[in-house]
Write a protein that binds this ligand. Structure first.
Ligand SMILES: Cc1cc2nc3c(=O)[nH]c(=O)nc-3n(C[C@H](O)[C@H](O)[C@H](O)COP(=O)(O)OP(=O)(O)OC[C@H]3O[C@@H](n4cnc5c(N)ncnc54)[C@H](O)[C@@H]3O)c2cc1C
Ligand SMILES: *[C@@H]1O[C@H](CO)[C@@H](O)[C@H](O)[C@H]1NC(C)=O
Ligand SMILES: *[C@@H]1O[C@H](CO)[C@@H](O)[C@H](O)[C@H]1NC(C)=O
Ligand SMILES: *[C@@H]1O[C@H](CO)[C@@H](O)[C@H](O)[C@H]1NC(C)=O
Ligand SMILES: *[C@@H]1O[C@H](CO)[C@@H](O)[C@H](O)[C@H]1NC(C)=O
Ligand SMILES: *[C@@H]1O[C@H](CO)[C@@H](O)[C@H](O)[C@H]1NC(C)=O
Length: 575
């Protein structure tokens, strides 16, 4: 098998770059390592190798266990259940229904797109050794943190995963360089939002993280950009980064800052895409002094209203957004064609009376339109106390996603056109989720990173969803088509030069290079080639029929026209 791997390598060497196909060894191939070779790897990584047993196993023959399965079924829509597993992922389409509580007991589990093995890493050496093993044996390598990724980028069929979840070092300390002097938070790659928030709260600071408390901060979140309830005050997650420690595609340990010899990978990791340039070991970011934080939520429904009136009120809310975000607040809001909910607006260092005043033109409109609404506004002592009281639980496994960044100019110049597009989308069954923020350079300050430039002009990070059904693959594919061909284009038409947040974007997004990376693409592509010359990192987002539970052959699933494309977003051809 050793022979086979190097044979393939030499074959690849003579192929022209464009057609070089990095076929990986797959469990059914002769070149796949024997049990004894896997256990040799295990010895070089302190016994941290975990062979995948899919999380849903107790729900299927021949291992069915009704009690264990009931517990799994109860928790399946919550992130907690998945991130404690070494292999499970939250996005149902990419999990392919091969082993979950919603399919018949009689159907035995298969691995599908779940990784074959993971390394439950606790040391840098374990990571470097796993990278070397995957390279030597030509095994697909995946970086797995929490498994939150909407586009299945933390899994891969036949892969070895570097599982970072247990890297939990965390401290707040002083930091000083040419650009910043103040407090900083250093977190291991496995730190999740709530862990950073708790430490910050205890010590009197605020750190930028997601609205979902369990997303991994140094993982996909910050590497993809990272929007936050504190975004209009401090910028994106990627704008906070001061230092990365990372193991590159050849197993080298690197410390990257804005000013040192690895400033290129510092720039790329800060917003230029997750799982692409290296395996992050730790991240150091700004920690801001704590402030009081206000919160406000508001709901109304279409009961007793004409649809025109219902959407006029949505339009009235959007008209107030520039003033709301420029005051430093961030809004999350949802609507369908029957209900509207601000959930919530977060006002760091904005007294609650000011927040209510910012909303007054909107609540006046509601009154004028004769709309009854429920509003709760409250003052809190800190960010985390507001967060715990007002950010609702976010379920997973309930939807498919797509998105678009709507620039401020669209709201200012064509608010009615925007509302009309949203109305058409929700009337066709889509749900709107908005993140309203001002992360312009005026807010982020002087930063050096690969954040998609469209974020700086954006007012509304629009996420659109369609409902997920566990057992109707034809309908799910139709809803994907609807997202790609009907919904997103309505927003693209209003702002063709904008883009989309890659962490919450449509995995079938056409022109993904421009849309997800913008003008940074070519520079990122070069940095990728420098730090991962063997293209060892894999993250699949290939378009794949949901009914295709047949295990994919690695050679047919990836098209190597572009390596960033392969590791982040690819259009598949012929699968
Ligand atoms: C319920 C929910 C709520 C969310 N809320 C927000 C939000 O408020 N704001 C926001 O901006 N986003 C939000 N997201 C999107 C989130 O940012 C992405 O899903 C992100 O990819 C999650 O990163 P992770 O590391 O936790 O997850 P994973 O799925 O484990 O990893 C995601 C990607 O990051 C890569 N990666 C992980 N760890 C590392 C590492 N150490 N080194 C290199 N690459 C790594 C993986 O290979 C993969 O490509 C939310 C997602 C969900 C499911
Ligand atoms: C790796 O070694 C540890 C410690 O000996 C063992 O518990 C574990 O089962 C091994 N992993 C695999 C996949 O064999
Ligand atoms: C992973 O490692 C952590 C920390 O050592 C341990 O608590 C956990 O049980 C391990 N998980 C698996 C699945 O091996
Ligand atoms: C964003 O907020 C900053 C800081 O409050 C402000 O200076 C700026 O004008 C706002 N708007 C834009 C588009 O940057
Ligand atoms: C609004 O916030 C309060 C917490 O202060 C919460 O109890 C209530 O459920 C929230 N309402 C909505 C619709 O989210
Ligand atoms: C809302 O949208 C749904 C889904 O497309 C549709 O069936 C329903 O008729 C719409 N309701 C109204 C009041 O427009």
């Amino acid at each position: 098998m050793f022979f086979r791997a190097s044979f393939i390598a030499s074959l690849l060497a003579v192929l022209p770059q464009a057609s070089a196909s990095a076929c990986r060894c797959f469990p059914s191939d002769d070149c796949w390592p024997t049990e004894s070779i896997w256990s040799q790897l295990n010895k070089t990584i302190d016994g941290r190798l975990v062979k995948t047993v899919p999380l849903g196993t107790p729900c299927h023959a021949p291992n069915y266990n009704s009690e264990a399965c009931a517990v799994l079924k109860d928790g399946w829509l919550l992130p907690e259940e998945h991130y404690e597993s070494s292999s499970s992922i939250m996005a149902p389409f990419f999990a392919e229904g091969v082993c979950d509580p919603f399919h018949p007991v009689s159907k035995p589990c298969t691995l599908g797109k779940y990784v074959s093995y993971s390394v439950n890493v606790t040391s840098r050496a374990q990571i470097a050794n796993a990278v070397k093993f995957a390279t030597e044996y030509n095994i697909r390598l995946v970086i797995r943190n929490t498994g939150h990724d909407y586009n299945g980028r933390s899994t891969g069929a036949g892969a070895l995963a570097i599982w970072t979840h247990h890297l939990k070092d965390l401290s707040i300390h002083d930091y000083k360089d040419k650009h910043y002097a103040g407090k900083a938070i250093t977190m291991g790659a496995g730190i999740q939002g709530y862990e950073a928030y708790e430490l910050a709260e205890e010590t009197g600071y605020q750190v930028v993280g997601g609205e979902c408390p369990t997303v991994g901060l140094a993982g996909g979140y910050t590497q993809g950009g990272g929007h936050s309830a504190l975004g209009s005050r401090y910028g994106l997650g990627a704008d906070q980064v001061l230092k990365w420690e990372v193991i590159d595609g050849q197993g080298n340990f690197i410390t990257a800052t804005r000013d040192n010899e690895h400033s290129d990978i510092f720039w790329a990791l800060s917003g230029g895409g997750a799982g692409t340039y290296g395996i992050v070991w730790s991240m150091t970011s700004k920690a801001h002094p704590g402030t009081p934080v206000s919160g406000l939520n508001l709901t109304y429904t279409n009961e007793g209203l004409s649809q025109d009136t219902f959407f006029d009120a949505v339009e009235a809310f959007h008209a107030e957004l520039p003033a709301i975000v420029d005051a430093g607040a961030m809004s999350v809001w949802y609507f369908t064609n029957t209900s509207f909910s601000i959930a919530p607006i977060t006002g760091p260092n904005i007294p609650v009376a000011d927040l209510v005043a910012l909303l007054k033109p909107f609540t006046d409109s509601l009154d004028k339109l004769g709309i009854k609404y429920n509003m709760v506004s409250k003052q809190y002592e800190s960010y985390y106390s507001q967060f715990k009281d007002m950010q609702g639980v976010i379920q997973v496994g309930t939807a498919q996603y797509g998105g678009w960044l709507v620039p401020r100019s669209v709201v200012q110049n064509n608010n009615h056109g925007l509302m009309t597009a949203y109305r058409e989308i929700t009337e066709a069954g889509g749900t709107f989720i908005g993140v309203g923020l001002n992360v312009s350079h005026k807010v982020s300050g002087d930063v050096h990173n690969a954040v998609l430039p469209a974020w700086r002009e954006a007012l509304i990070d629009t996420t659109l969803t369609t409902p997920w059904e566990w057992d109707d693959s034809a309908l799910m594919l139709e809803r994907q088509r609807q997202m790609t061909e009907d919904f997103i284009p309505k927003l693209t038409a209003l702002s063709p030069k904008s883009g989309a947040y890659m962490n919450e974007g449509d995995f079938q997004q056409p022109n993904f290079k421009e849309v997800f990376y913008g003008t940074n693409y070519d520079a990122l592509r070069k940095i990728k080639a420098k730090y991962d010359p063997k293209n060892i990192f894999y993250a699949r987002t290939a378009k794949m029929g949901i009914s295709q539970v047949v295990i994919e052959k690695t050679c047919t699933s990836t098209i190597l026209d572009e390596i960033i494309a392969r590791t982040s977003y690819i259009k598949s051809q012929g699968t």
